[in-house]
Design a protein around this ligand. Structure first.
Ligand code: ZN
Ligand code: CU
Length: 538
């Protein structure tokens, strides 16, 4: 025999990521690659772990994150330690994150638009000053290897692309602007970006019509990469929003990924009984559509997304200027009460009592409390409370919205069309616990405790299925020659512990995490390894 193996995992049960039944196997790692060995095969390794009673699986792929800026150097604006935020994915077994979701990525942009974009992205990411990049290469260079516990791939966010070409104007692009957007997108995809994402409830993405997206998704299609969308409406109009996404997929030829599929707000509760069969039918008709889901009945986003789209026209500065004026606030009140054609209107579908503050840097006392509650305490109207808070935080407020019903969440998790994505929004304060708990929660609560789906299917939704969807070659499966991203877990004890009060608590039962053949977490605690890379998808 030649040189010894780097790592040997002995005596475990292999759940290989393909959805195939679990089986006994020893797993070896050499030069960052996997070899599957017969049980008890003679072999010697630099390090051998006895994983009897444990499951060995491919490292999890989190297909939906907002962690774009988390491992970039932050300037003076970063006021809180963010190490726990950086570690949360690793400690729940995630080895690859896909960021750039919901239309927001750190690139691309025309150089002259970068300062305006930086201001917009500072508000979105909530981590202090951020440095947007002209293209994928510059984004990749901005990821600090000393901070990367996990691998990262990125989609091209349509909102960023649009703002990076034409700013925050609520109008269709001129032909030359659309050409420039297509060219910047094409370049980023050629450099290795994972696909195109939209966030059609967020300014400036919400200003785009179907035609604009069809043109851009066509560029993704030419690269064989998916169109990934936060639908224009996930509440009362979710079904027509889904039709728009399907139309875009059919006309552009791009594979379609519905982000964090949900039917939220009382008017849409139960609608997954129709949306999931609709997706099945589209697949039967030849549309390559899949979706992702996080295992919670609450969502999380920015507070200004609760306002009608006109309020944000022109960018953050213009928004804050408007919010000072009483007549603007009256118009917001009216629009929320009556609704606006084509606008999701979360508050109108629920109420300010279901919206709680997740992050407000200069008002931490507001974190964890509802807007209705904060308003009542001050004796003001909730719209004024929301506007005052936005002004106090210069637009940078993150909220949690309790808007979904458990049966819908369960139906999407159980669907063969879904994969798992945390939709983690890693910000200081009280972020949504999904960033630290989604994967362990699916494995523990939904697979083991509630028997909603077998372990092999749950793991497949976290590994092989997303790897295939996003072209992550050599990842997401345990087979000879695959890249050595692995997780060792205890199927009897794995469970999430993060909740809305302690949102970053690490899960139980995730023992060992291997990233690029190196042990990055051991006994549930991080090692000094920083083996995460920027993944380029060709
Ligand atoms: Zn989203
Ligand atoms: Cu998202």
């Amino acid at each position: 025999m030649g040189r010894p193996l780097d790592l040997l995992l002995r005596g475990g049960t292999l759940v290989d990521g393909t959805g195939a039944p679990a089986r006994e196997a020893d797993i070896a790692v050499v030069d960052g690659r996997i070899a599957v060995l017969p049980v008890g095969a003679p072999a010697s390794a630099v390090e051998t772990l006895d994983v009897t009673g444990r499951v060995v699986a491919p490292g999890f792929i989190d297909v939906h994150t907002h962690s774009d800026a988390l491992a970039t150097p932050h300037g003076a604006g970063a006021t809180e330690p963010i190490d726990d935020l950086r570690l949360a994915p690793l400690l729940q077994g995630v080895t690859t994150e896909i960021c750039g979701n919901c239309g927001t990525s750190l690139f691309p942009s025309l150089p002259q638009r970068l300062p305006e974009l930086a201001e917009h992205l500072r508000v979105t990411f909530g981590l202090g000053p951020v440095r947007p990049a002209v293209d994928f290469d510059a984004f990749a260079a901005g990821q600090d290897p000393a901070l990367r516990h996990t691998h990262i791939a990125s989609l091209v966010g349509h909102g960023t692309l649009r703002a990076g070409v034409m700013g925050f104007e609520a109008r269709p692009p001129r032909p030359d602007e659309l050409d420039t957007m297509c060219a910047l997108l094409d370049r980023a995809l050629a450099q290795g970006a994972a696909g195109l994402s939209t966030g059609l409830i967020y300014p400036p993405g919400t200003y785009a019509d179907t035609e604009e997206i069809v043109a851009l998704a066509g560029v993704a299609a030419r690269h064989g990469k998916p169109y990934v969308t936060h639908l224009r409406d996930e509440m009362s109009q979710v079904e027509s929003a889904l039709e728009e996404a399907l139309e875009i997929a059919v006309r552009s030829g791009a594979p379609l990924q519905i982000s964090h599929h949900k039917t939220a707000g009382r008017h849409a509760w139960g609608a997954t009984l129709r949306t999931l069969p609709r997706l099945e039918r589209a697949r039967a008709e030849g549309v390559d559509v899949l979706c992702d889901v996080y295992p919670y009945t609450a969502g999380s986003t920015v507070l200004h997304a609760m306002l009608p789209p006109w309020a944000s026209e022109g960018g953050v500065g213009a928004l804050l200027e408007r919010l000072r004026r009483p007549e603007t606030r009256d118009r917001i009140r009216t629009d929320i009460a009556r609704g606006v054609e084509g606008w999701e209107n979360t508050v109108g579908n629920g109420g300010w009592d279901l919206i709680s503050v997740a992050a407000a840097q200069t008002h931490p006392e507001a974190e964890g409390r509802s807007i209705a509650d904060l308003a009542a305490e001050r004796g003001v109207d909730p719209v004024d409370q929301a506007c005052d808070l936005l002004l106090a935080e210069q637009g940078e407020v993150t909220i949690i919205s309790h808007s979904m019903r458990e049966d819908d969440v369960r139906r999407v998790i159980a669907s063969p069309l879904s994969m798992i994505g945390s939709d983690g929004v890693p910000k200081p304060g009280r972020p949504h616990p999904r960033w630290a708990g989604s994967f362990a929660r699916v494995l523990g609560r939904y697979s083991r405790d509630e028997q909603l789906l077998p372990l092999e299917s749950a793991v497949h939704k976290m590994t092989g299925l997303p790897a295939g969807r996003f072209g992550l070659t050599g990842r997401g499966v345990v087979l000879d020659g695959a890249l050595a991203d692995l997780v060792v877990l205890d199927p009897a004890s794995v469970r999430d512990t993060a909740d809305f009060d302690r949102p970053l608590l690490a899960p139980e039962g995730i023992d060992t995490v291997v990233v690029s053949g190196r042990i990055a977490a051991r006994d549930g605690r991080p090692t000094s390894a920083r083996a995460g890379e920027v993944v380029r998808i060709r």
